[in-house]
Design a protein around this ligand. Structure first.
Ligand code: SF4
Ligand code: SF4
Ligand code: SF4
Length: 342
């Protein structure tokens, strides 16, 4: 595959490198396999009430040591995002360097008709890293700062390896990785399925604190089976939905809504460990219809291997940025320590 200027500009224009490349690449897609102990999340939009407990508790859990938002310098502080008028509620509008998980309400403004079948006039969608089976972010990272755990399939980030090229941000078809622009020593930030909690017998905070069963944690095989079971239900049936964990004892009975007959994430981008069910089509919930079932890292590697100059420039720019910001950070810390000592 060759790359021309038009393709390059498309590629460098922003998130979703492979969305541009995908239409033009004819490479055969691999069939990715689930890691043996793959864990993930099933989100069922028909059960979601938009309470945002998942979002708030994601921030809290990830501000603890080991969490994706934890920083020594800000230990003990949860990075809530307030509006200018209101300093009471955490109110992020989208994923950011302080928000790994976002709940959005979507209204059908065009027709003013209810978006969900039944009484609701809006639908909710919860977005965070999908832990792709073949993650584009991992494929493009030149220093393996992003890695997919071979057992659990969780896509993790190692700040110590990262030199700040942000190639992962461009590559992710879902626009997930965020960058700490405002920090002197910035990192990439994204959901790591709360894997720092597992040793304590805990699991993903968004599921631990979801009161309705809209977000449930578990083995991906069990989540897939649960999603299939729900699609086989009839609207109006009563079903005992698992709450918090797919394999737990906690259940809540609810009248089944009408599902769109599709499990998003089963095949998209080659398959993901975060699965979605909904009562309306997924493009109405903000999913990019250009994301296909193809495995995106194949396209990514085509680009990477054909644009060495770009990689070289990114390496140099990223390394310089990293070194300068780390030096500034060190100076600031030294100054702070000096102040403390005096
Ligand atoms: S959703 Fe994006 S950041 Fe998450 S694993 Fe897939 S490519 Fe990586
Ligand atoms: S798994 Fe953890 S980090 Fe990821 S969205 Fe849920 S609470 Fe946040
Ligand atoms: S905690 Fe559950 S019900 Fe509440 S907004 Fe999050 S996913 Fe929806």
């Amino acid at each position: 595959m060759t790359i021309n200027r038009r393709d390059f500009l498309k590629f460098s224009a922003g998130t979703g490198l492979m969305l541009s490349a995908g239409a033009e690449s004819a490479r055969a897609a691999k069939t990715p396999e689930l890691p043996p102990e793959a864990v993930g999340i099933l989100y069922d939009s028909t059960l979601c009430i938009g309470c945002m407990s998942c979002m708030v508790n994601c921030k809290k859990a990830n501000s603890e040591p080991g969490g994706a938002l934890f920083h020594k310098n800000t230990a003990g502080k949860i990075p809530f995002e307030y509006t200018e008028e209101d300093h009471i509620y955490d109110a992020p509008e989208s994923l950011s360097a302080k928000t790994l998980c976002i709940i959005k309400a979507l209204y059908n403004e065009e027709t003013a008709a209810p978006v969900n079948p039944g009484e609701q006039s809006k639908s909710f969608i919860k977005m965070h890293c999908l832990h792709c089976l073949e993650p584009a972010c991992v494929a493009v990272c030149p220093v393996a700062a992003l890695q997919k755990n071979p057992e659990t399939g969780i896509v993790t980030y190692n700040k110590n390896r990262c030199f700040g090229c942000r190639y992962c941000q461009v590559a992710c078809p879902f626009g997930i990785p965020m960058y700490e622009w405002e920090k002197a020593s910035p990192s990439v930030v994204k959901c790591q399925l709360c894997n720092h909690l597992y040793a304590q017998g805990r699991y993903s905070a968004c599921c631990e604190f979801c009161p309705t069963g809209a977000s449930i944690f578990g083995k991906v095989k069990d989540l897939q089976a649960e999603a299939q079971r729900r699609l086989a239900l009839k609207p109006g049936d009563v079903y005992a939905y698992p709450v918090k964990r797919v394999d737990g004892d906690e259940r809540t009975e609810k009248v089944v809504d009408t599902y769109v007959n599709h499990i998003y994430g089963l095949n998209e981008a080659g398959g993901t460990q975060y699965l979605f069910l909904a009562g309306v089509s997924f493009d109405k919930l903000g999913f990019n219809p250009r994301i296909t079932d193809q495995v995106y890292p194949d396209f990514t590697w085509d680009y990477v291997s054909h644009v060495p100059a770009l990689i070289g420039a990114l390496l140099v720019a990223g390394t310089v940025t990293r070194l300068v910001t780390q030096r500034l950070d060190k100076k600031k810390n030294d100054a702070d320590q000096g102040d403390d000592a005096s």
